[in-house]
Design a protein around this ligand. Structure first.
Ligand code: HEM
Ligand SMILES: [Cu+2]
Length: 658
C-alpha cells in the first residue's frame, strides 16, 4: 500500500535510478558519483578499521604474538594510509560531490566527465595500493614514507605506496579543479559568495589546499620512485642526498593535508548545529574567514612535525609560534559553534549528537596539539603514544564524528529513507565511549614513554593496564560500526520515508525531493539570503523567534510555468573509467619493468584510446549510440514536465513508498 507523504508539492518526483551497473559505470551525474565515493570510502574505512583491530589485538598485552614485526609494520602503514587517503579524503569528496552543486543551486559540477574520471582514478589507486597484499606484501615504511627506510628496502612494497599516492594525487587534483570552477561559475542567481553555506566554503578552501599542496608531495614521490628504481640519490645521505629533504616535502603537503581532512567535517557541523539549534550560525563571516585563515596558515607550520630532526632553535621557535597562531582561528570556530547552540531551541537527534561530539572531541585534540607546539615539550612527546592519541582525537574525534553527523543528517535526502534514530543513538554512544576508552589512555602511555610503531613491549614497563583498556575500547568502536552498518542496510530498505524537508532545514537541498531528481531543481532557484530556504519558511517575531509564514515556499504556483523547461544534463560516458583503467595498468606494468613494459604499453594504448574517444565524443550521440536519452539532436533530457501540476503529480508522496 503506497503511503502518500505530505511532501511540499513543488519538488519534482524523484528520478528512478536508470539502468543497472552500466548506468553507474558510465554515469557523470554528481549525485551518483557522490554515492560511489561514499560506498567505496566506507569499504576502505572497514578495511582500515580491521587493520587497527589487529594492531590493538597485538598490543593488548606485553610480548604480543598475534602478528610478527614484519606484518605489524604493514598493518600500521596501511592503516594510516587507508584511513587518510582512502577513507577521510574520499568521503569528504562524497559529501562534496553530492551536496555542493545542490547547495549552490546548480544542476551538476562544471566538468561532469572529469568528475567521473576523478572517482575512477581514486578507486583504481585504492585498489592498486591494497592489491599489494597479494603481490609481495603491503607497504611497510609508515604512512609518512620516511627515507632511508622507504627508499632503500629492496622489497616492492613501498613502490605500491609511492605509485599509489601519485595516482590518488591525480584524482584529488582533478576534483579540486572541478570544485573551484563550479563554485566560482555555477552558483544560482543571488547565491553570492557570502550567501553560500559554510559547507561549500570549506569545500572551496580544501580544493585550494589540494591544488597548492599536492604538487609538493608529487615531486617528492617521483624522487622516491626514482631513488627506488633508477638509482638516483635524492634522499640518500651517503650519496650526497638528504633524507630530511623528504620530510620537508612530505610535511609541506602533510600538514595542509590534516586540514584537508578536518575542514569538510567542520563544514558539515556548521550546517547541522544551526538546524538543530533552530538558530542561524553564530558569526557566519567569522567562521568562513577562520576556515580560510586555517587553510592559509596551514602552509606555514609543517616543520612542527620535525622538531627532533635537528632543524635548530631558530627554525623550531618560528614553527612553534606559527603553530600556536593557528590555534586562534580554530578557537574562533569552536566558540562560534558553541555560540550557535547558546540560547537555541536545541534538539538532539543523532546528527546533532555527533556534531556536539565533534566539537568536544576536536577541542581535546586541538589542546594536545597546542602542547606539541612547545618545542621542548614536543621533544618528549614526539613519536610517542601521546602523538598517536592527539591525531586520533582530531582525525577520529574530529573528522569521523563530523562525517557520521553528515551521514545521519543527509542519509534521508540521498536515499529517501531516514536512518533509525534509536539505533543511531546506540551507534553514537558506543562509538563515543569506545573512542575515548581507546585513545584517552594513549595520552598516559605516551607520557609514560611508550613509543609508537613498536610491535611488542616488555612486561613491567607500566604500560599493561592502559594498553588493555585501549584495546577493549577499539573493539567497542568496532561494535559501534557494526551497529551503524545494520542501521544503514535496514533503513535503506524500510526506513521511515524522508520527504523533502525532514529536519525543517535552512538550505537549498531541503527544497528538492528525497532523493533529488536527476536535474536537482525543476527551476533554477533564486536566492535572496543566507539560509534562503529558512527565511522563505519563517519570519521573525519581535523576540527574533522564528514564526512560520503561511506562504508555502514550495507551493507549485510559485513556479513560473511559462518558462521553457529545458534542462541539459551531461550524458553518460565510458571514457572516464577507461582512462582510469589505462592509468592503473601503466602503474602495474611499471612495478615489474622491464618485463612490465608490455603491460605499460597496453595501459598507454588504453589511455590513448580513452583520451581521443573522450575528446572526439559526440555529445549528441555519446558512447556512439543514437538512442541514448533524448534521441536525435538533443543531449539526454529527463522527462519534461509541461505544467506545474505535472511537475508535482497529485501523489507527491510517490517519492518513496512503504
Ligand atoms: C577505528 C579506530 C582506530 C583505531 C583503533 C586506531 C588505532 C591506531 C593505533 C594503535 C595506531 C598506532 C600504531 C603504531 O604506531 O604502532 C594508529 C596509527 C595511525 N592511525 Fe589509527 N586508529 C583508528 C582510526 C583511525 C582513523 C579514523 C584515522 C584517520 C583518519 C587513523 C589514522 C592513523 C594514522 C595516520 C596512524 C599512523 C600510522 C603510522 O604510524 O604510519 N586511525 N591507529
Ligand atoms: Cu602538522
Amino acid at each position: 500500500m503506497a503511503t502518500v507523504v505530505e511532501a511540499p508539492p513543488i519538488t519534482p518526483p524523484a528520478a528512478e535510478p536508470k539502468g543497472g551497473i552500466w548506468a553507474w559505470l558510465t554515469s557523470v551525474d554528481h549525485k551518483k558519483i557522490g554515492i560511489m565515493y561514499g560506498v567505496a570510502a566506507m569499504a576502505f574505512f572497514i578495511l582500515g578499521g580491521i587493520e587497527a583491530l589487529f594492531i590493538r589485538a597485538q598490543l593488548a598485552v606485553p610480548d604480543g604474538s598475534v602478528v610478527n614485526e614484519d606484518v605489524y609494520n604493514q598493518l600500521f602503514t596501511m592503516h594510516g594510509t587507508t584511513m587518510v587517503f582512502l577513507f577521510v579524503m574520499p568521503i569528504a569528496a562524497a559529501f562534496g560531490n553530492y551536496f555542493m552543486p545542490i547547495l549552490i543551486g546548480a544542476r551538476d559540477v562544471a566538468f561532469p566527465r572529469l568528475n567521473a574520471l576523478s572517482f575512477w582514478i581514486f578507486l583504481g589507486g585504492g585498489i592498486f595500493i591494497s592489491s599489494a597484499f597479494f603481490l609481495g606484501g603491503l607497504p611497510d615504511g609508515a604512512w609518512v614514507g620516511y627515507s632511508p627506510l622507504a627508499t632503500q628496502n629492496e622489497v616492492i612494497r613501498m613502490d605500491f605506496w609511492a605509485l599509489g599516492l601519485l595516482i590518488l594525487g591525480v584524482a584529488s587534483l582533478l576534483g579540486a579543479v572541478n570544485f573551484i570552477t563550479t563554485i566560482f561559475t555555477m552558483r544560482a542567481p543571488g547565491m553570492t559568495l557570502f550567501r553560500m553555506p559554510v559547507f561549500v566554503w570549506m569545500q572551496l578552501v580544501v580544493a585550494f589546499l589540494l591544488a597548492f599542496s599536492l604538487p609538493l608531495v608529487t615531486v617528492g614521490l617521483f624522487q622516491v620512485v626514482f631513488d627506488r628504481n633508477f638509482g638516483t640519490l635524492f634522499f640518500d645521505a651517503a650519496g650526497g642526498g638528504d633524507p630530511i629533504l623528504w620530510q620537508h616535502l612530505f610535511w609541506l603537503f602533510g600538514h595542509p593535508e590534516v586540514y584537508i581532512l578536518i575542514l569538510p567535517a567542520m563544514g558539515i557541523v556548521s550546517e547541522v548545529l544551526p538546524t538543530f539549534s533552530r538558530k542561524p550560525l553564530f558569526g557566519y563571516q567569522f567562521v568562513v574567514f577562520a576556515g580560510a585563515a586555517i587553510g592559509f596558515l596551514g602552509f606555514g607550520v609543517w616543520a612542527h612535525h620535525m622538531f627532533t630532526s635537528g632543524l635548530g632553535p631558530v627554525a623550531e621557535t618560528a614553527f612553534g609560534i606559527m603553530t600556536m597562531t593557528i590555534a586562534v582561528p580554530t578557537g574562533i570556530k569552536i566558540f562560534n559553534w558553541v555560540g550557535t547552540m547558546w540560547g537555541g531551541n536545541i534538539t538532539f537527534p543523532t546528527p546533532m549528537l555527533f556534531a556536539v561530539g565533534f566539537v568536544a572531541m576536536f577541542t581535546i585534540g586541538g589542546l594536545s596539539g597546542v602542547t606539541h607546539s612547545i618545542v621542548p615539550a614536543d621533544t618528549q612527546q614526539h613519536d610517542s603514544y601521546y602523538v598517536v592519541a592527539h591525531f586520533h582525537y582530531v582525525l577520529f574525534g574530529g573528522a569521523v564524528f563530523g562525517i557520521f553527523s553528515g551521514i545521519y543528517y543527509w542519509f534521508g535526502k540521498v536515499f529517501g529513507r531516514m536512518l533509525d534514530e534509536r539505533i543511531g543513538k546506540w551507534h553514537f554512544w558506543l562509538m563515543f565511549i569506545g573512542f575515548n576508552l581507546t585513545f584517552a589512555p594513549q595520552h598516559i602511555l605516551g607520557l609514560n614513554g611508550m613509543p609508537r610503531r613498536i610491535a611488542t613491549y616488555g612486561d613491567g614497563l607500566g604500560w599493561n593496564f592502559w594498553n588493555l583498556i585501549s584495546t577493549v575500547g577499539a573493539f567497542i568502536i568496532a561494535l559501534s560500526i557494526l551497529v551503524f552498518l545494520i542501521n544503514a542496510v535496514r533503513s535503506y530498505r524500510r526506513g521511515e520515508v524522508a520527504g523533502p524537508d525532514p529536519w525543517d532545514g535552512r538550505t537549498l537541498e531541503w527544497t528538492t525531493s528525497s532523493p533529488p531528481a536527476e536535474y536537482n531543481f525543476a527551476q533554477e532557484p533564486t536566492v535572496e539570503a543566507i539560509d534562503d530556504f529558512w527565511y522563505k519558511k519563517y519570519g521573525e517575531d519581535e523576540d527574533h523567534l522564528p514564526v512560520r509564514l503561511d506562504t508555502n515556499p514550495l507551493d507549485p504556483s510559485a513556479l513560473d510555468t511559462d518558462e521553457e523547461f529545458h534542462v541539459h544534463l551531461p550524458s553518460p560516458s565510458y571514457y572516464p573509467i577507461l582512462l582510469a583503467v589505462g592509468i592503473v595498468t601503466v602503474a602495474y606494468g611499471f612495478l615489474w619493468i622491464p618485463v612490465g613494459f608490455a603491460v605499460m604499453a597496453l595501459g598507454a594504448g588504453i589511455m590513448f584510446w580513452a583520451i581521443f574517444g573522450w575528446a572526439l565524443e559526440d555529445i549528441d550521440h555519446p558512447m556512439g549510440d543514437d538512442d541514448h536519452g533524448g534521441g536525435h539532436g538533443e543531449p539526454a533530457e529527463p522527462d519534461e514536465p509541461e505544467t506545474a501540476e505535472e511537475l508535482v503529480p497529485a501523489g507527491a508522496g510517490t517519492e518513496v513508498s512503504e
